[in-house]
Design a protein around this ligand. Structure first.
Ligand code: PLP
Length: 429
């Protein structure tokens, strides 16, 4: 059955024909994924793409990595979900995370990043007895109400409360303060006014949900200092940065240690995982410890297949030059794309970190979300739609980042740079 017919069937029984809001991409047409392997996926009509979207980030090793797939298959032969006690693999994974991530003294597994950030805020409120949460414009922390605001906001919505969903109680939005990223002054002012009522500050240390804004050290340091002074809980949401940028996350790179850390995506190379770890006195408040006041549960938490995937991913990240490879290709892409766009005379800011890259069509630099409002969205999206004609998939949605995996090669990068010249040239014509 071809792609068009399958998509029509999908739309009849699945709202919009896809299972996540961000998978319905305008202008993409029908897309039924048939097969994914390494750096590529193929659609139902046989078209193959070199994949830089990478499912929003998990497959750092590439799709269907043979070692991860073998570990999952082996777990399937050994044990499935029993819903009581713990497995040896869960212990091993928790030990590894506590060794690797500076803030993590104890850790709990969830099935998604959203659950991890939800529980981070719940336990922060349980620990402090306070009401307010601080987040930053441009950061995404999942779909739950307390953080479902001010991600990619239109210019006239920046500075106010900009919910990403209908159906959120106004009092929940009232309890979240939104500040500009990289503004140490805004943080100091918020703490001067509300410090005694702030339970938690949650931040993507690198806001990758708007491409890439690199954090200024003074900003992260100010978060740490103000939270410590006020007795608020600092949460680094490292769902994207964890393992992808460093096995210890951005906290290992920056040397700034939060109280709690959330992880997900790349830590299991595509299997559904989230993790919340941090200071033992905070983690001890969860109800996984008898008497813990902060309720914590999940039927699929620590699923053996997912834990096996995470352990296999970690083994490979530790034993092979994965970071060296993806960082080198990422740098080649950033430098190469900047040269391509400059030779065409188009204003661009190609940025990113390590394996992540994003090509904004604007003059640099970009420190805050406000700067990204200068990005030419129609060029950004039009360029990426034209890349599809060359067999390259970068998500054609404004401000979305792209990812390199261990399965990408120098030949893939050559291909991308050649296609970029043709796609950008055609878009400008
Ligand atoms: N935090 C960050 C930084 C994310 O990028 C995401 C998802 O994109 C989440 C949390 C939510 O994770 P999940 O989609 O697994 O619920």
């Amino acid at each position: 059955m071809n792609q068009r017919v399958l998509s029509e069937r999908a739309r009849r029984v699945i709202p919009g024909g896809v299972n996540s809001g961000q998978r319905n991409v305008p202008g993409l047409g029908d897309l039924v994924i048939a097969q994914a392997s390494g750096a590529r996926f193929r659609d139902r009509d046989g078209r193959e793409y070199v994949d830089y979207h990478a499912a929003f980030g998990p497959p750092l090793l590439g799709h269907n990595d043979p070692d991860v797939s073998a570990a999952v298959a082996e777990a399937g032969r050994t044990v499935d979900l029993c819903g009581v006690g713990v497995t040896e693999d869960e212990v091993e994974l928790a030990e590894a995370l506590t060794e690797l991530v500076p803030s993590v003294e104890q850790v709990l597994l969830t099935s998604t990043g959203s659950e991890a950030t939800f529980h981070a805020l719940r336990v922060a409120r349980a620990a402090t007895g306070r009401r307010l949460v601080v987040k930053f414009q441009g950061c995404y922390h999942g779909w739950h109400d307390a953080v479902s605001l001010n991600v990619i906001s239109a210019p006239d919505r920046v500075g106010g409360k900009d919910p990403i969903s209908a159906g959120i109680l106004p009092e929940v939005l009232d309890a979240t303060l939104v500040l500009p990223f990289n503004s140490a002054d805004a943080v100091r002012q918020a703490f001067a006014e509300h410090g005694a009522d702030i339970a938690a500050v949650i931040v993507e240390p690198v806001p990758h949900n708007v491409g890439c804004l690199l954090p200024e050290q003074e900003f992260l340091r100010t978060l740490r200092e103000e939270c410590t002074r006020a007795g608020s809980v600092l949460v680094f949401d490292e769902v994207i940065t964890g393992f992808r940028h460093h096995l210890g996350g951005w906290q290992a790179i920056s040397g700034i240690t939060p109280d709690l850390t959330t992880l997900g995506k790349a830590i299991a190379n595509g299997y559904p995982v989230g993790a919340l770890g941090g200071r033992a006195d905070l983690m001890d408040l969860f109800s996984s410890r008898p008497g813990g006041p902060a309720f914590f549960a999940g039927t699929y938490n620590g699923h053996p297949a997912v834990v096996a995937a995470a352990l296999a991913t970690l083994r490979k990240l530790r034993s092979e030059p994965v970071h060296e490879h993806v960082f080198r290709l990422g740098e080649r892409i950033r430098t190469g794309l900047a040269e391509v766009f400059s030779s065409l005379g188009v204003a661009s800011l190609v940025t990113g970190y390590g394996s992540v890259f994003v090509e904004y069509f604007m003059d640099g630099p970009a420190r805050t979300y406000d700067d990204l409002l200068r990005n030419d969205a129609s060029m950004f999206i039009g360029y990426r739609r034209r890349l599809l004609d060359h067999g390259i998939f970068e998500l054609p949605l404004n401000l979305k980042r792209s990812h390199v995996s261990y399965a990408h090669t120098d030949a893939d990068v050559d291909h991308l740079l050649e296609a970029a010249a043709l796609a950008a040239g055609a878009q400008l014509a």
